[in-house]
Design a protein around this ligand. Structure first.
Ligand SMILES: [Zn+2]
Ligand SMILES: [Zn+2]
Ligand SMILES: [Zn+2]
Length: 470
């Protein structure tokens, strides 16, 4: 009889967190477990285990594994005391701590930081359960051992993330989490803080690829995705709306909500004061209407809006933000990077890109200039709303189409830069009216467009430019 092993993979679960549960009814009644796992261990060589914080007790180390000293590099780490995960980096160094497989043997169950940090959790720190957990991690250990030492000990957090995924052979994926403001979490961030941002950078470098998971509605004020949807009154904004049947007095043609006709058990027309007795002879009911119980406003179409549970803002549907959630898988280039141990290309900042551009042209003795464009958001348009974001995205497209294809465009909405090779500042300034006309012709929200041209020696001014309209 085998152990009960639960794969607690929820819908969006990122880590292949596995729980090995000890069923006491089996462990008492059955003979000692057969040694299939141990034989497999023998074939592939002993796996080196390290306990954190303390050295593992000899009685729990599986027969074919060894417990290593604190100064040796293990294959797998076991957390043996509550909050041990907080010691991993200090004990192993940042890179190794982020990459090595971890077994939570604190037996504290779900929801603890140790559990979130682990790849596998055991319910009881017995030799048998640890042996099974170790065996499940054997493929990960095999991949780990195939890697160059400098990759495992890297201090580049981007390479840590790639290597972590490579060793576990799985994507960087989110898990739904109602207690999180974003309503999902990437558990790998417990091992590599900021991993979600790194994943985006690695995608730009072609080392990870995104896969759509979900799209959440997000509060434009506080970025929380904990928003509830409600129908609200288009006049006063209150959600206290009820639907009521409409009564139509056939003789005088008056129609209104039933409450206006109701006098106890009778229906009396509020216009001509006649009593309505027979349905379809005196009156009919052509439909229903929403009534705001707060301001009595009648409407067949109340607005749909959102209430942010974190900051209490009421937000109209057209002003909500949205966030697309992705999982990120290694590309073949990403795998090659990890397996080969070559350093990753640097992710260039905006000022870095501008400086590199100016440097290239000055080395060639060519003139160049930088066109700075900033969109100023009109009043009443939410900064994080869909309408404004679409405007910025659209403006980025126009920027690209307005210059020659080889022109490098940097988008950092609402700021956009066009790096203009071979054009002097004075020449570009002469053409600013035409450039302006082309750029802001199609913008529906009519934002104010600020355009400034810089020469390469004014580059520091670009970075320090204050966010005010010129
Ligand atoms: Zn109202
Ligand atoms: Zn009437
Ligand atoms: Zn909010």
């Amino acid at each position: 009889m085998s152990e009960a092993i639960h794969l607690v993979r929820q819908e969006f679960t990122a880590t292949a967190l596995v729980e090995v549960a000890d069923r006491t009814e089996f462990s008492h009644s059955s003979s000692p477990p057969d040694n299939v796992a141990s034989k497999a261990l023998l074939r592939h060589g002993a796996i080196r285990l390290s306990g954190v914080p303390g050295r593992l007790h000899e009685t729990v180390v599986p027969d074919e594994a060894t417990s290593v000293n604190a100064n040796e590099l293990p294959d797998i780490v076991l957390l043996t005391e509550t909050n041990a995960s907080a010691l991993l980096t200090q004990r192993l160094g940042r890179g190794v701590a982020a990459i090595l497989p971890v077994i939570d043997a604190t037996c504290r169950g779900r929801g603890t930081p140790d559990h979130r940090r682990a790849d596998i959790a055991v319910d009881r720190a017995s030799q048998r359960l640890i042996e099974e957990a170790v065996e499940m991690l054997r493929p990960a250990v095999r991949r780990l051992r195939s890697l160059p030492r400098e990759v495992i000990e890297t201090d580049d957090p981007r390479l840590m993330l790639l290597t972590r995924l490579f060793v576990r052979d799985r994507p960087f994926a989110p898990r739904s989490e109602v207690s999180a403001r974003e309503t999902f979490v990437y558990d790998d961030e417990a091992a590599i803080p900021g991993a979600a941002t790194l994943a985006e950078q690695l995608t730009e470098l072609g080392l990870l690829e995104r896969k759509f998971v979900d799209k959440t509605t997000v509060c434009p004020h506080c970025a929380s995705a904990r928003m509830t949807v409600r129908e609200h009154c288009s006049k006063c904004g209150c959600a206290n709306i009820v639907q009521e049947p409409i009564v139509h007095h056939l003789k005088c043609a008056w129609q209104g909500p039933e409450r206006d006709f109701r006098r106890g058990s009778e229906l009396i027309c509020p216009k001509c004061l006649q009593q309505l007795k027979n349905f379809s002879v005196d009156y009919d009911r052509p439909g229903s209407i929403g009534i705001c119980l707060s301001c009595s406003h009648l409407s067949t179409e109340h607005k749909v809006g959102f209430l942010c549970l974190d900051c209490d803002s009421r937000v109209e549907a057209r002003n909500v933000d949205s966030k697309t959630i992705y999982s990120y898988g290694l590309t073949s280039a990403g795998r090659a990077c990890v397996a080969g141990g070559s350093p990753l290309p640097q992710y260039a900042s905006i000022s870095g890109r501008v400086r590199a551009f100016a440097g290239r042209h000055s080395a060639l003795g060519e003139p160049c200039s930088i066109l700075f464009a900033r969109l100023h958001r009109p009043q009443g348009v939410e900064e994080n709303g869909d309408a404004w974001r679409h405007t910025c995205v659209f403006f980025g497209l126009i920027m690209r189409e307005s210059f020659t294809p080889e022109t490098e465009i940097i988008e950092a909405a609402p700021v956009f830069l066009a790096l203009l090779g071979r054009d002097r500042k004075a020449e570009v300034e002469q053409h600013l009216p035409q450039i302006r006309e082309r750029l802001d012709r199609h913008l529906a929200l009519a934002p104010k467009l600020e355009l400034v041209v810089f020469s390469p020696d004014e580059i520091p001014g670009i970075a320090e430019r204050p966010g005010k309209a010129a």
